[in-house]
Write a protein that binds this ligand. Sequence first.
Ligand code: HEC
Ligand code: HEC
Length: 473
Amino acid sequence: MRPLLLIGLGLLSLTMEAGHPELPSQPLPKAPPAGSVRFAIPEEPQRPGDPKAGYDTLVNGDYVSCGVPWSIYRMAFGDAPASRRLPGRRGHNARLSYDVTALKTSRGVEVVTANCLGCHATPTEDGVIIGLGNSALDLTEDFAPFATAAGLLVRDSGELAEWWRWSGRIRAVSPYTRPDTIGVNPADNLAAVLSAHRDPDTLAWSDEPRHELPREAPVPADVPAWWLLRKKHAMFHTGIGRGDHARLMMSASMLCTDSVEEAERIDSTFNDVRAYLTTLRPPRYPYPIDRKLAAEGRELFEAFCSECHGTYGDKESYPNLIIPLEEVGTDPLLWQATAREGLPMVEWFNRSFYGRTARLVPGPGYVAPPLDGIWATAPYLHNGSVPTVEAVLDSRKRPTWWRRSFSQRQFDPVALGWKHQVLSHGKAAETDPSLRKRIYDTTLPGYSNQGHTFGDELSEEQRHAVIEYLKTL
Ligand code: HEC
Ligand code: HEC
């Protein structure tokens, strides 16, 4: 049941939608050409906020205002183990797993719902790492039948109404949020579907979509680490999220935000959430580092990589560049889905409450991300197609088919990233479904591991010096 909740709430992370043909409130955004010009994203003012209050909102807040009735949840789940609990949680939440939140709805019914941390935190034996995208989520099952069946267990009429509302949302989104690979995150599709079911002016939900829905197979995206946000002028892999970051990120909670009044209430706390996210820092590399080699690597990094990825340490800088698709050459599907096919969603967003202080502005390619804590964030590239940094820096080493490992102990300190098994066949040739969903198949649309060949010209020694340096970031 937990993954189901997760899906339900999860789609929010992006935001956008399609809109009213009759009165566009802003000129329609134009699809940019993939082009060849790098784009420096300008800084925009952010609303100040209180990080402590933001953490409290994140772990206790009712920003996702529908869910499965508490009584049903309790039939399926007991108290969470200590390693999955978070400090500072109140009431029922103190005993729940970090990725779900208990709250009282406007009808006064207690429900449990998925929260932001289901995708944006990773549980380990030593506790939960907030901000590290969860690359082990298995969202491949269809949970809608379970969500629907859960209603049979409800007696009370208030609970029945809450269950019906929540399970309806799950049924609407679930066909579009089922990747066939573990760790692939469907958030972008989720956002697209949620927006399609909402009036951009009133945010009222309609069961019939108001504009075209995306293709069902979710475009694969890896979840960016939250600790990078403090450096970024724009949100999301394509840099499409501009303006007020708090407003952009709250749109990730819109599963049940059915009125502008409710959106305003949530919005009044998300400046604090944003402020909290900017206080996060990456975990330190836990193994020994060869300082001399790292110093050599730093020089190479500054010569070959800094123009796009910035500099680190005392004189920190970050250029906030979108690198055109043509130049970076990585998989084009996410870019196409947002910058081209996603234009109805872009228009919806920009016209809606969310667009009053934030905007979606398609750019020419992908953001060159800051590399702080890169050692911890495998798999790599926006679609998670490359299991190690070494293979990011040497395109000849990238496996076409590989099986992911999700255990912390499977960390590879030499290639920097995940230990993984290279396979000789893809999904089509695998008949065992439990193995099939574990195969990362780079021959599928959206899953390609092409591009970013900027490290290919380095020698093996130079590459390992750069990797040693990256461990220090
Ligand atoms: C279903 C999983 C999921 C949930 C739930 C989710 N997100 Fe995300 N989030 C993502 C993914 C995937 C991306 C990257 C999407 C992209 O760039 O195309 C993302 C991107 C972001 C970013 C931008 C990061 C960057 O560096 O560009 C922020 C900030 C963020 N989410 C905050 C939130 C907040 C706050 C919530 C809760 C209200 C939330 N997310 C809920 C999956 C999720
Ligand atoms: C021309 C600009 C450019 C140069 C030069 C460049 N990169 Fe990148 N890098 C990018 C972009 C853009 C991405 C994101 C691509 C994507 O996700 O599709 C990226 C992604 C990465 C990633 C994966 C990040 C993640 O979180 O998944 C790593 C690691 C990386 N680069 C390291 C390097 C190193 C090391 C060098 C120098 C040898 C380098 N890059 C040179 C633009 C550049």
